[in-house]
Design a protein around this ligand. Structure first.
Ligand code: PMP
Length: 404
């Protein structure tokens, strides 16, 4: 892999901030976009802009084929068994809300919903809303001291026969990786419906939804080198087919009269209204981008970089790492002594370093760690060893400023 050539495909990275070259370590919040994605969207608007599905004219059929081709691409990309199992949404948040709304008739009062303590708020709050409406009970799955799912406690909870088990694949705050195949298999054995939030896994790992065995797998385009405003809800066909649509209107119907409306079949039934067409096309280009990377080499490179990042942080002293482990994916969470994470973030930004500071939309996780927040540095395919070195150098100077 020619790394400089790869990195040169990301125009945003070629800028300076405060006189320093941008050092972007916030990929977990959103990844930068390669020219290929930007160009695909521009090309669509230049040449093929039309609404999908509805018209007899050629522009619309071109737009429709481009749009529907991405569904086929996604089917292969995450190894779904049918193209109808791929629903386009606006992002992970919407995908999860579609599930929580869609299950309303299948959840009874007193049903148990188990949620990973490390879950992002997007995988907590919609379940709480479902619990409010149905009378279901939310129970967090506890973590061990090293921030993994406590499997013994999980197995105890499964004995209560939960209706739902909601997990994250990779924690956005810590980068910890859940053994989802194993966790899902245990949940399925008790009859639970399972959802895996893959927002932080999709850009880094090869995903095989059938091997994971989950009922739902969700992710966002913007975290996998694609555009914002596009996400995916994968659902196993039979369960997806039973979801009540969260949105109704055009596109999702077969026939409408004032007396009765007949809904369309999947996937249209769950895609009401004009979809984000350019964004879907951009997502297709992002998949092409990922598939063109040498898989094993890229994964190895990211693991080596992350290990280097963890080691360099530890070597700095006065750094507390949270849940750091050699198997983590893409991110490292830390605090500098007892300094406020926000102060550290602002001082790093003054040297052109972009990291994220705060609760990372994972307040229950922060509570379980006994902190209000932390800093997170996260990497992508374009991150270089020089980025890490610059970050560590800048953090050393912040440490000197704040602690000495
Ligand atoms: N889940 C996880 C694990 C995430 O990292 C994020 C984004 N930070 C979300 C859900 C929500 O994604 P989006 O904002 O794209 O809907």
């Amino acid at each position: 892999m020619d790394f400089p050539q790869l990195r040169a495909q990301f125009p945003t990275l070629e800028q300076t901030l405060e006189g320093y070259p941008l050092c972007y370590l916030d990929t977990a919040a959103t990844s930068q976009k390669p020219n290929r994605v930007i160009d695909a969207m521009t090309q669509y608007y230049h040449n093929n802009n039309a609404n999908v599905h509805r018209a007899a004219h050629q522009l619309s059929s071109r737009a429709t084929s481009q749009y529907e081709a991405v569904r086929d691409q996604l089917k292969g990309f995450i190894k779904a068994s049918r193209r109808e199992e791929i629903i386009f949404t606006h992002g992970t948040t919407e995908s999860i809300n579609m599930v929580t709304h869609g299950l309303i008739n299948q959840i009874q009062s007193g049903d148990i919903i188990l949620i990973d303590t490390a879950a992002h708020h997007a995988n907590i709050v919609p379940w709480q809303e479902l619990a409010k409406r149905s009378g279901a009970i939310i129970k967090p799955i506890p973590l061990t001291d090293d921030c993994r799912i406590d499997e013994l406690a999980y197995e105890e909870l499964l004995k209560q026969k939960p209706a739902i088990v909601a997990l994250c694949h990779v924690s956005n705050a810590l980068g910890t990786l859940n053994p989802v195949n194993n966790l899902v298999a245990k949940a399925k054995a008790t009859g639970a419906i399972t959802l895996v939030d893959g927002a932080q896994a999709i850009a880094h790992l090869e995903i095989d939804v059938q091997a994971i065995g989950c009922d739902f797998y969700v992710f966002s385009g913007h975290k996998m080198y694609g555009p914002t405003g596009i996400g995916v809800l994968y659902g196993r066909f039979d369960i997806l087919d039973k979801l009540e649509p969260m949105m109704t209107g055009g596109e999702m119907i077969k026939a409408v009269s004032f007396d009765v409306t007949e809904f369309n079949i999947l996937p249209n039934r769950l895609e009401a209204g004009t979809p984000p067409i350019a964004e879907v096309i951009g997502l297709g280009a992002a998949i092409d981008f990922i598939l063109a990377l040498p898989k094993a080499e890229t994964a190895q490179r990211e693991q080596t970089l992350l290990a280097y990042l963890q080691n360099q942080l530890t070597g700095l002293g006065d750094i507390h790492l949270y849940g750091a482990n050699k198997n983590n994916i893409g991110a490292v969470a830390f605090n500098l002594a007892s300094e406020h994470h926000q102060d550290v973030g602002i001082l790093l930004d003054q040297q052109g370093i972009a990291v994220r500071c705060g609760h990372h939309c994972a307040m229950p996780l922060m509570q379980s760690l006994g902190i209000k927040g932390c800093c997170r540095a996260s990497i992508g395919v374009y991150t270089s060893k020089e980025d890490i070195d610059r970050f560590i150098e800048a953090l050393a100077s912040v440490k000197e400023m704040l602690l000495d």
